[in-house]
Design a binder for this molecule. Sequence first.
Ligand code: CP
Ligand code: NVA
Length: 308
Amino acid sequence: MQKNLLSLADLSTDELWHILNVAQELKDEWREGGNQPILMGKTLGMIFQKSSLRTRVSFEVGMLQLGGEALYLSPNEIQLGKRESVEDVARVLSRYVDCIMARVFGHQDVETLATHSRVPVINGLSDYSHPCQGLADLFTILEKKSVLRGLKLAWVGDGNNVLPSLLFGASKVGMDISAATPPGYEPPTQVVEMAFRFAEESGSGIEILNDPSAAVQGADIIYTDVWTSMGQEAEKEQRRRDLASYQINAELVAKASPEAIVMHCLPAHRGEEITDEVADGPNSVLFDQAENRLHAQKGLLAVLLANK
Ligand code: CP
Ligand code: NVA
């Protein structure tokens, strides 16, 4: 297994499945009463440039449950690249901790951290991708549907950072993905090209569309994310207008498979990209999905730090 997790594109299909399998073992062990302290004496440093509920708490609690510790370093604390260069933060922090998790604005910062760190670096969300979310999402889909290969995931909404992780993950494991975004909100071209390359090996079907109804046709999974991501608040009104017809509502869900599950990385802006009726409805797996951040990341930490 390579040292860092900056993007799911960097993992081989075997490495990806290995993390999912270890995560399942740890979830089973946790359900049976608690985990062995396989990360005793290990420390995770968590750098945040933006807000977080799930990422911060699931990493912190995950480390505790595996016998280790986590340090929360708030946006004001380190001031990545402002108080001190990103390179020096990596050099110094990696002398203290066994692993760094960083939530950054620009993906370049997490890459720079990885280049100059002595210890593994995990991307906890950048403008480019959200690999930990992608891992937890594949884990959740597997839990709900028992397979990944051959399923169809429909994405509806902004294609900025969560969609690339799903494109990489799906195209590695043989899952089909149809993404509907408004014109101008498509995932980056190089992401789509890479996903098509992975799909040539795995057999995934990939479609990048503009029509939500076409995307959800026969879908097993419907997935959305906020219209306005962290850092884009100034564009909020424009985004509301551009994405208005990209809402997951009962009418759209009815066009998918009757057994379709509805997913959202959260936080949700209810009434915008998803209605309350759907978020709280029978197809929603939103909160199981949020819980699985904990289990999937424990799998990742066990692989990176305990040679599982
Ligand atoms: N999905 C997710 O990463 O949530 P947070 O922003 O709360 O960490
Ligand atoms: N696209 C969202 C994801 C939050 C987990 C954002 O970047 O704010």
